[in-house]
Design a protein around this ligand. Structure first.
Ligand code: HEC
Ligand code: HEC
Ligand code: HEC
Ligand code: HEC
Ligand code: HEC
Ligand code: HEC
Length: 345
């Protein structure tokens, strides 16, 4: 009862009090039309620049020409027939897609039984930002972080751009020899070289061996090469090119990316280096420090340390694969000093 009567009370008091209504006023005059706004940018225009079919087709076609995409080479490091037991854990980071992704995600390296080679999704995943204008392009890369070297945890390389993504794999696996104080040295390891991926350290101008012999040429200061400061892995290896066999995702150097600095006809060789390398190679073979083919180090007894340094510099420049172009001045100095060290041999 109390509930019902209280509801009735509320209803009565909240009823509006209706009085007599007046006439509606006359309509006002129309206002002046506003000025048209500026057209907005199409919401997906910045995406289409990279995500259109016409933009992606040349990239996909060019990647097919890179040895990165050759599965049998990538995941074995050589020939699949030699690696029927899968790829050992220490190689997967750089030679398999799952190993690389594991590494980036901070997971431990594991042996790969069914390895796959490098594909688009090895290097790319998703964007970390869509505000490209303010945050810069991330190219949806899995990493653009600076890399601390496997061979030297006190040294970090930072290109400040997408070239950092190359560093994880294109770095050495072993370091220059260190004198034990006796001046004599034995390295009984046929893998006495910085692996095949020392391009980043050569570009940086580190991890060659400075040989203290009479008349030795000073090594240039670290990180000063014009190819390090004014160019980058991606600018030389992934630029646009008029030649479909080069540039983009072929990763093959196009001379089109050299013209800004070198003009219409860039040099393709480091002056005198090929000749010096040939002389050095012959000497190292004669000393029994290299096999006859000049590819593989070999050594059975202790030799003067400077000879081993000369060998190290030779294999560093040889395995870098750029014939000195990555760092002309540094490379020349390493080989000149190596030849000086072997003057009496
Ligand atoms: C500078 C070039 C570039 C621009 C601009 C760009 N992207 Fe991407 N995006 C990439 C690359 C490279 C990948 C990874 C490889 C691939 O699939 O092409 C990718 C991947 C993606 C993926 C993941 C694809 C998948 O299959 O999982 C999405 C989603 C995406 N982008 C959305 C966008 C959107 C939305 C925009 C615009 C706001 C945009 N992207 C602009 C280069 C770009
Ligand atoms: C830090 C990364 C890294 C690791 C770890 C690594 N490699 Fe490599 N490896 C490379 C790179 C980069 C190249 C290619 C460089 C080039 O083409 O100039 C290469 C090249 C090779 C080649 C030469 C291939 C050819 O076509 O000439 C062989 C063989 C090889 N690796 C074997 C191995 C084996 C076996 C392991 C494990 C014991 C291993 N690699 C671990 C980065 C690595
Ligand atoms: C070995 C690593 C790697 C692989 C594999 C790779 N990319 Fe890329 N991609 C890069 C890097 C690094 C850049 C940034 C290049 C730059 O800074 O100019 C890039 C840039 C791009 C861009 C934007 C740049 C542009 O020119 O528009 C697209 C799109 C792209 N990649 C698509 C692909 C596709 C599709 C595949 C597979 C067919 C692929 N990528 C495989 C490393 C890779
Ligand atoms: C996942 C590890 C990995 C990454 C990331 C990577 N590479 Fe490689 N790269 C390799 C290996 C391994 C080979 C050797 C394949 C072979 O010939 O045996 C190679 C080969 C090459 C070659 C030889 C020529 C060719 O045919 O492709 C070039 C040049 C090269 N890489 C440049 C780059 C650049 C530039 C980047 C960064 C944009 C990059 N790589 C990123 C592992 C990698
Ligand atoms: C100034 C331009 C330039 C820069 C910067 C540069 N490269 Fe190169 N690179 C070259 C040239 C030129 C060659 C020799 C190519 C040839 O002989 O076909 C080469 C060769 C190579 C090779 C051997 C290719 C093969 O077929 O064996 C690899 C691998 C490579 N570069 C990777 C890299 C990586 C990784 C970086 C960054 C750390 C880098 N390069 C920076 C110009 C450059
Ligand atoms: C940022 C400017 C710049 C770019 C880009 C550049 N170079 Fe260079 N290059 C130089 C400079 C400066 C030197 C002189 C040596 C030094 O300072 O390292 C040089 C030296 C050289 C040398 C040694 C010449 C000799 O006679 O010893 C060669 C070979 C070379 N560059 C080739 C190339 C190639 C090939 C490319 C493109 C793939 C290229 N450079 C891109 C600036 C550049």
């Amino acid at each position: 009862m109390i509930l019902v009567s209280s509801l009735m009370f509320i209803q009565c008091t909240s009823e509006p009090i209706a009085g007599p209504q007046g006439q509606a006023g006359i309509d006002g005059t129309d206002g002046i039309d506003g000025v048209d706004g500026v057209d907005g940018v199409d919401g997906t225009a910045s995406c289409i620049a990279c995500h259109s079919e016409s933009h992606r087709t040349p990239i996909i076609n060019s990647f097919a020409k890179s040895s990165h995409s050759d599965q049998t080479i990538m995941y074995t490091g050589q020939d699949l027939a030699n690696y029927t037991n899968g790829v050992s854990a220490s190689c997967t980071k750089c030679h398999t897609s799952e190993g690389y992704i594991n590494y980036i995600e901070g997971k431990p390296a594991v042996k790969s039984e069914m390895p796959s080679g490098v594909s688009c999704t090895t290097c790319h995943s998703k964007h970390s930002t869509f505000d490209f204008e303010n945050d810069g392009h991330d190219y949806a890369l899995r990493t653009m972080e600076a890399v601390t070297l496997d061979t030297d945890d006190s040294y970090t390389i930072d290109y400040g751009n997408a070239s950092n993504s190359c560093l994880v794999c294109h770095q050495p696996r072993s370091k220059a020899p260190v004198d034990d104080g006796t001046g004599m040295y034995l390295q009984a390891n046929s893998r006495f070289y910085p692996h095949y991926g020392g391009q980043s350290t050569v570009l940086e101008g580190i991890q060659g061996s400075y040989i203290e012999v009479d008349g030795a040429v000073e090594l240039p200061a670290i990180g000063t090469s014009a190819h390090r400061t004014g160019a980058s892995c991606t600018s030389c290896h992934m630029g646009t090119s008029t030649d479909a066999e080069k540039g983009l995702h072929t990763f093959k150097v196009s001379l089109d990316s050299c013209t800004d600095c070198h003009g219409a006809t860039p040099p393709t060789e480091v002056a005198g280096l090929a000749d010096d390398m040939a002389v050095l190679k012959a000497k190292l073979i004669a000393l029994g420090l290299l096999d006859e083919a000049g590819n593989t180090p070999k050594q059975t007894e202790k030799v003067p340390f400077k000879q081993v340094q000369a060998l190290w510099n030779y294999v560093t420049v040889y395995k870098d694969g750029s014939h000195g172009v990555h760092n002309p001045t540094y490379t020349k100095a390493l080989i000149t000093n190596a030849l000086k060290a072997l003057e009496d041999n």
